[in-house]
Design a protein around this ligand. Structure first.
Ligand code: NDP
Ligand code: 8X3
Length: 257
């Protein structure tokens, strides 16, 4: 049993989200794990215990489904004190004039609207409780431009600015807001970006020792472990040998677009 308020982690079925769930549960926090792939969520709950992980199969783009999934949570998940907005994706890697409109829609609806749906569904409980923490996963793509990062970077710039704007709206509420902006990390992210092309995804990491999902989980844990008076507003995490956005490599060395 635990006395820690529960957490909601979106995009819990792989990469950062899965590592964050592991980390939170290890510290004794019950977690509501959201994603679309039920089998992955069930594996997580089987591994960590169904008393500590509540799987919720949800597409964050669906406002009603998000609201439904997060209402009337059973104990020990009901008292939500932490929302980790991690679900997100990039699609495509080409210059904007060649882009696929469906890719834009998917990124904007997931990274922007999906995140907002989760914020909207969770804040009332935190406000009533007079405490809570929202951790948004942004990206260095919001800050450092690279060819092909266009709309993806734009959606993550939204996440960064929304994090600041949430701080102002929530002034006096006792609720903290943090934004974590990772650079290249090896997850399923590149595979999704390249529509399942494993060779292309692997090539993206050539010559770079990328961050691990556990690095990001560690940063989340540090943010939420600070005393209540401390709001960690922003953390940027880069692989040591990635000084800029993806375009830092010479054109001849870059992944084919
Ligand atoms: P993964 O592809 O491994 O994980 C993405 C997660 O998001 C999956 O669990 C996926 O679950 C979930 N997801 C995607 N779309 C939806 C949706 N519509 N509804 C619910 N869940 C969804 O990538 P990462 O772990 O790397 O990515 C996590 C976050 O980190 C993203 O926001 C990404 O933009 C960001 N990021 C990633 C970096 C990297 O280099 N890897 C660097 C900086 C930021 P499912 O498919 O089961 O729904
Ligand atoms: C993902 C980081 O550099 O691959 O958000 O765009 S990057």
């Amino acid at each position: 049993m635990t006395n820690l308020a529960s957490a909601i982690v979106t995009g819990a079925s792989s990469g950062f989200g899965s590592a964050i769930v592991h980390r939170l549960v290890k510290s004794g926090r019950p977690v509501v794990a959201l994603a679309r792939r039920t089998d992955r969520l069930l594996e997580l709950a089987d591994a960590l215990g169904h008393d500590m992980v509540l799987p919720r199969t949800v597409d964050v783009r669906d406002h009603e489904a998000v609201t439904r999934a997060l209402s009337e949570l059973p104990e020990p998940f009901a008292s939500v004190g932490l929302l980790v907005n991690n679900a997100g994706l990039s699609k495509g890697f080409g210059p904007i004039q060649d882009a696929d409109l469906q890719h834009w829609r998917e990124m904007i609806e997931t990274n922007v609207m999906g995140l907002l749906h989760c914020v909207r569904a969770t804040l009332p409980t935190m406000i009533t409780a007079g405490r809570g923490h929202v951790v948004n996963i942004g990206s260095i793509a919001a800050v450092y431009p690279y060819v092909g990062g266009n709309v993806y970077g734009g959606t993550k710039a939204f996440v960064h600015q929304l994090s600041q704007n949430l701080r102002t709206d929530l002034e006096g509420s006792g609720i903290r807001v943090s934004c974590i902006a990772p650079g290249m990390a090896r997850t399923e992210f590149a595979l999704t970006r390249f529509d399942g092309d494993q060779d292309r995804a692997d090539a993206l990491y050539d010559g770079v020792e990328p961050l691990t999902p556990e690095d990001i989980a560690e940063a989340v844990d540090w943010c939420i472990s600070q005393p209540a008076r401390v709001n960690v507003s922003f953390i940027e995490l880069m692989p040591t040998n990635q000084p800029f956005g993806l375009g830092f490599r010479k054109p001849s060395e870059r992944n084919e677009r």
